[in-house]
Design a protein around this ligand. Structure first.
Ligand SMILES: [Zn+2]
Length: 415
């Protein structure tokens, strides 16, 4: 397989800095939150950069920016690379954008290597990857995969405004015109992303080949007991909903800790009334589990059911557990991952094989075709915060691996 030239770090960092300059300066860190003016502005900035590299550019109904480098083979299937440029509020300057500016550099590197791809290469800046105020993430890729439904668009925020109306106000089309891709146009989707965790740094490895993206399952547990005087009601006569919720907080920690690869987080606990002089009448708890192991979630749900029943019965409480619609784990495609692994090897780099605890557009793109991901180290494992950092030299190694993987996938698919 033909070697691709090494990326030019200055050029790569100039794009990264250009985009990192387009942020909401009234917010901490690098904030480019979807559906804001600065996000829209940055999307057209990316479109301009794509045009400057000679790509055919279109911005679809929901704001995905797609630049195409035509292949010579006139194949229906395209190789797709990209990531997202939106951030969480107060986020960092590497999450997402590394995969977008890296993909632009890949276009230049392929050209400079004297390689003409057989397949079209589509560079995508996906719209709104981060969870938005409608508690929905990956809007752009979801719409591409035909999985953004009218029910999603009718979801309301705290002010009663729908997602559809909010998209329209941001300049996008809630009818999602031209966003849906056909089921047979993706040869492979490859995303370069920062790890957002500490594993590569701890192992001293420059690259990670992602094996799967964790599933996420969230629930609400509700306990209802009895409001009583906190001074006069003996401990043995209480129906304290707060204590039951506290038991489930610790159960979430224990269940996740005892699994081989899982995490569990309690997001909120709300007591009613919130008064130290009153025994808590009701308590609402929200929590989530993440794991790459599909079967484990069944066990976790059983254990939560047992824990809530145990803590409720002990105190004579009514209780309920409501599991929200979940994202199942998404396995990366074996073939695309093996192309990535061999490309990394061809460039002489060692790599870890690891799963992603964070969600990515690959979950949606897997509905359209084979998906693979490449991780680069995150300093201190920090992410979704202004401290997020990856050394430029490490970014360049990741971009090199991405470019070589694209070329190898293209060449081996036409032999
Ligand atoms: Zn991201």
């Amino acid at each position: 397989m033909k070697d691709v030239v090494f990326p030019q770090i200055d050029r790569l960092m100039a794009d990264l800095d250009g985009l990192a300059g387009l942020v909401d300066s009234s917010r901490p860190g690098w904030s480019r939150v979807a559906m804001t003016e600065v996000d829209t502005h940055s999307r057209y900035w990316v479109a301009d950069r794509m045009r400057a590299e000679g790509l055919e550019v279109r911005v679809d109904g929901i704001g995905n920016v797609i630049g195409t480098l035509r292949g010579r083979g006139n194949h229906r299937k395209a190789i797709v690379v990209g990531s997202h440029t939106d951030t969480v509020d107060g986020g960092g300057r590497y999450d997402g954008i590394v995969g977008v500016v890296g993909a632009l550099e890949v276009v230049r590197m392929i050209r400079e290597s004297g390689i003409v791809l057989e397949h079209d290469l589509r560079v995508v800046d996906f719209y709104n990857e981060e969870a938005n105020r409608f508690e929905l993430s990956c809007l752009g890729s979801r719409a591409m995969a035909g999985a953004l439904t009218s029910k999603h668009l009718a979801t309301q925020d705290d002010h009663g405004r729908t997602l559809g109306a909010t998209l329209e106000a941001a300049g996008w089309d809630p009818q999602l015109a031209g966003t849906r891709w056909a089921d047979d146009e993706v040869l492979g989707f490859l995303e370069l992303h920062i790890e957002q965790g500490p594993i590569l740094e701890r192992q001293g490895l420059p690259l990670g080949v992602v094996t799967s993206i964790c599933g996420i399952s969230r629930f609400r547990a509700m306990f209802t007991g009895q409001r009583d005087h906190a001074g006069t009601t003996p401990m043995t006569s209480r129906h304290d909903a707060g204590c039951a919720a506290a038991g489930v907080v610790l159960a979430v920690e224990e269940i996740a800790t005892s699994a081989e690869s899982a995490v569990g987080t309690v997001g909120s606990v709300t007591f009613t009334p919130e008064a130290t002089s009153v025994v808590t009448e009701s308590a609402l708890l929200t929590a989530e589990f993440r794991s790459p192991d599909d079967a484990w979630f069944t066990l976790a749900r059983e254990q939560i059911a047992e824990a809530t029943a145990k803590h409720a019965e002990k105190r004579g409480l009514e209780h309920s557990v409501q599991w929200l619609p979940w994202e199942r784990p998404t396995a990366m495609d074996d073939h695309v991952s093996s192309v990535i692994s061999s490309s990394v090897g061809q460039l002489g780099h060692p790599a870890a094989h690891l799963y992603s605890g964070a969600g990515h557009d690959g979950v949606q793109m897997a509905k359209l075709g084979p998906v693979g991901m490449i991780f680069i180290p995150s300093a201190g494992g920090r992410s979704h915060c202004p401290e997020e950092f990856t050394d430029p030299a490490q970014i360049a190694v990741g971009v090199h691996a991405l470019a070589q993987s694209v070329v190898n996938l293209d060449q081996e698919s036409t032999r």
